[in-house]
Design a protein around this ligand. Sequence first.
Ligand code: GLV
Ligand code: GLV
Length: 331
Amino acid sequence: MTEHPTFLVTTPLPEPGMQMLRGAGTVDVPDATLDRDGLAHACASGRYDVVVSQLRDRFDADLLAHARIRGVANYAVGYDNIDVDAATAHAIMVGNTPGVLTDATADVAMLLILATARRAVEADAYVRAGRFDGWKPELLLGQDVSGRVLGLAGFGRIARATARRALGFGMTVLFAPRPPADRPVTDAELGEFAGRVEHVQWDELVRRSDFLSLHIPLTDDTHHLVDAGTFRAMQPTSILINTARGPIVDETALVTALADGEIAGAGLDVYEDEPALAPGLAERPNAVLLPHVGSATVRVRSEMARLCAANAIEMAAGRRPPHPVNPDAWQ
Ligand code: GLV
Ligand code: GLV
């Protein structure tokens, strides 16, 4: 237990989180972004009790083996930037920020469904370019959303919040809970969705979805889950939505599928090699591209900052954080 802990905050959090950290200990923010070696050096220095990290900070097994820290408080719900097994092996607790960003991220999934279906970005560019010269029967025709099939890869919090929205729009909702494999889903887990959504296998989801939306973590099993074969199996009118993690999709294959008309469109908030885009993606008019803003509302980012700071403060004190990813790390 450290009486006056020191926190390494790799990138300042919104103020509510910074205030909590400053109230609990010393806060160190590096002058420039730490690269992998800079982060490894800081973690090994013994100066810090807890690192408050971002998705771009990578904690690999080697870094964690040499780290002299109690915990990593990641400012995100996802934690694929951290080798959690290695953290657990070295008694380093990892915390994340689930729950508070669920609705905001589901809103962005719905936004991408609507924007791709109704060509909102193309239409906006058309107006701004001064090309709008009056109502026309066949101007910028898009696709219906109501009455169409939304396929959810995953059935966690964000997938369910997206299902709720889609049902409100009159969509038919299918889900594959843990693609590419399957897992049982009990009536209790289905809850409010019993009888309103259909549990299917991944290959059926791919085939039947008008909109295929990804809500799964990035793992070895889900890396390139959506690849050239998936696009061939989708309908030519189908649209891919990704608010989860870029590397779940083979982005080069996606550009080809969009260019060749294998699928009709894509709405993306995340990229395989973020912040870089696969060559040709930015030129596709049938792609709507957002800069990883799923949780980006003023309120949500403040809530995430509070949760992240609470995780960091509890870990620094040797107490179990409110949202541990690997609660067994200290056993
Ligand atoms: C953002 O991508 C997050 O995991 O919170
Ligand atoms: C992420 O928080 C999820 O469970 O979908």
